[in-house]
Design a binder for this molecule. Structure first.
Ligand code: FES
Length: 101
């Protein structure tokens, strides 16, 4: 079963394959930073520390918001980061994430 680990903690959560990252952790009592929960505000941005290949590809709405988030960040720093939205990203394997402020 896929799992999600929170970087810098010992927390790891088992999730169902294909489940949305935010929803899976919320159901287990871990509330990640969030806003609209519909992919448009970017408040749920996370950096994928490990396992970016274990998330389904971003859809158009998610990608547009990620592009906006990147535009707010230092270009050098953001180029090196794998940014996803926890309210849209679907998990297919083990990932380690860190909320991005
Ligand atoms: S909570 Fe707004 S984009 Fe995810």
């Amino acid at each position: 079963m896929p799992c999600v680990s929170l970087a810098g903690t010992t927390k790891t959560f088992e999730v169902k394959e294909g489940d949305i990252l935010y929803d899976s952790l919320y159901d287990q009592g871990e509330v990640l930073p969030h806003g609209c929960l519909s992919g448009s505000c970017g408040a749920c941005r996370v950096v994928i520390i490990q396992g970016k290949e274990n998330l389904m590809p971003a859809g158009v709405i998610e990608q547009n918001t990620i592009d906006s988030v990147r535009a707010e960040l230092d270009p050098k720093t953001s180029q090196e980061m794998e940014i996803r939205l926890s309210c849209r990203a679907k998990v297919t394997g083990h990932v380690t994430i860190e909320p991005l402020k």
